[in-house]
Design a protein around this ligand. Structure first.
Ligand SMILES: *Cc1c(COP(=O)(O)O)cnc(C)c1O
Length: 401
């Protein structure tokens, strides 16, 4: 049996007619830049997230970049973030001449550890840290209650890298807002949230795309200007922006896919539950060959954050990521069995060569350990139960060797 890591052909088979019709409509309209498809998607995604403003952009990377530009993050500024994420999280900070300040991750959620974060903020006596950039990795929110508490305490803006987490939910800030104790969607809790529509994300286009969502109208307006070269009005540039516009062909396809998103999240969550049960059934968890991914129980966090909404994060499983023993041998074995898998990510961000010698001897043991121990298995919505049984059987076979 062949089990790919992701199979977009399955999804296309039931969306193809609708997509072709919508794309044809955009082509026939001859509105190829911005226009009604982009603004409709902006409204749809903002409403889905429970916020007022959505701004379509060219990619998840550009969503992060233009958000930081709107905050006027520049040379010498520091941005507090996680060392365990896709490169773009750090890349956008570096491209603005700013400096990423890392704190280690929580080993269970793989997300930034707010306790370590608090320690770094206390030491920042010169107030060089200008923003907090948490990532909701693999489709699970970071601890936003604790993060928002720190952000309020230090008056820092929070830009959520929700590229992998559109539709994920978690408790929101208990302070400073009318949304006390409520659960909120990823991207709607900080000052702004950034989504990616890269094809492998839960809501993926037929090419690149992204969006910034925010409750802050002024910020949204600023981002709209920046994504058009900073022009306001046209041909008058008080600031330097770029071309970060979302393509209407992507927007029209994404509008169709958005109507399936909740159903796809449910299928991914069911698949995760099925893997968990199968791995336990095969004794792989009890024998410590594997550590299963976990939706964190926010109410059990040991920090002093006041958690009103007790319960577990609503994890959307953009990736199903396990810790495994003998990882590299297991990967080779899975390849031989035609089972797709991937390492997200083999290096922590502070270990990347592009940093040169500017970050001497940094060490984040949990991020490095995660980079060395984890693999992602197929979890896409159309994955069948038979395929999952096959994957688990083959992994069990590997550990019997
Ligand atoms: C995918 C991703 C991005 C970048 O999104 P693109 O649309 O590929 O530019 C940024 N951050 C994280 C965590 C991602 O997973």
């Amino acid at each position: 049996m062949k089990v790919p890591l992701l199979d977009l052909k399955q999804q296309l088979s039931y969306l193809r007619e609708d997509i072709l019709e919508a794309v044809t409509r955009v082509i026939d309209s001859t509105t190829y830049i911005q226009g009604p498809e982009v603004s409709s998607l902006e409204q749809d995604v903002a409403a889905y997230c429970g916020v007022e403003n959505g701004v379509g952009v060219s990619s998840g990377t550009d969503a992060l970049l233009v958000s930081l530009m709107a905050l006027e993050i520049g040379p010498g500024d520091q941005v507090l973030t996680t060392p365990y994420s896709f490169f773009a999280t750090m890349g956008v900070v570096l491209r603005l001449g700013a400096i990423p300040v890392f704190v280690d991750i929580d080993p269970v959620s793989f997300n930034i550890d707010p306790v370590a974060m608090a320690e770094v903020l206390v030491r920042d006596s010169e107030r060089k840290i200008k923003a907090i950039l948490p990532v909701h990795l693999y489709g699970q929110c970071a601890d936003m209650v604790a993060i928002m508490k720190l952000a309020n305490q230090y008056a820092l803006p929070v830009i959520e890298d929700a590229a992998q987490a559109i539709g994920a939910e978690c408790p929101m800030s208990a302070e400073g807002s009318e949304i006390n104790g409520q659960w909120g969607k990823a991207g709607s809790i900080g000052l702004a949230g950034c989504f990616s529509f890269f094809p492998s994300k839960n809501l993926g286009g037929i090419g690149d795309g992204g969006m910034v969502v925010t409750r802050d109208r002024a910020l949204a307006d600023k981002i709209r200007i920046l994504l058009n070269h900073g022009a306001s009005p046209k041909y008058y540039h008080d600031q330097v922006g770029g071309n970060f516009r979302l393509d209407p062909i992507q927007a029209t396809v994404l509008r169709i896919k958005l109507t399936y998103l909740e159903q796809w999240h449910r299928a991914r969550r069911e698949n995760a539950g099925r893997y968990n049960a199968l791995f336990a059934e095969f004794g792989l968890v009890q024998n410590n060959f594997l550590v299963l991914p976990q939706a964190v129980h926010m109410a059990k966090k040991q920090d002093n954050s006041a958690v009103n909404g007790a319960g577990k994060n609503y994890h959307i499983y953009n990736q199903y990521v396990l810790r495994v023993s003998r990882r590299d041998a297991l990967i080779n074995w899975l390849r031989l069995q035609d089972i797709g898998c991937e390492v997200y990510y083999p290096l922590a961000l502070h270990q990347q060569k592009c940093l040169g010698t500017s970050f001497p001897a940094l060490s984040f043991p949990q991020a490095e350990k995660a980079a060395a121990e984890t693999i992602a298995l197929p979890i896409y919505p159309e994955l069948t139960a038979d395929m999952q049984v096959y994957v688990v059987e083959k992994i069990a076979e590997f550990y019997r060797q």
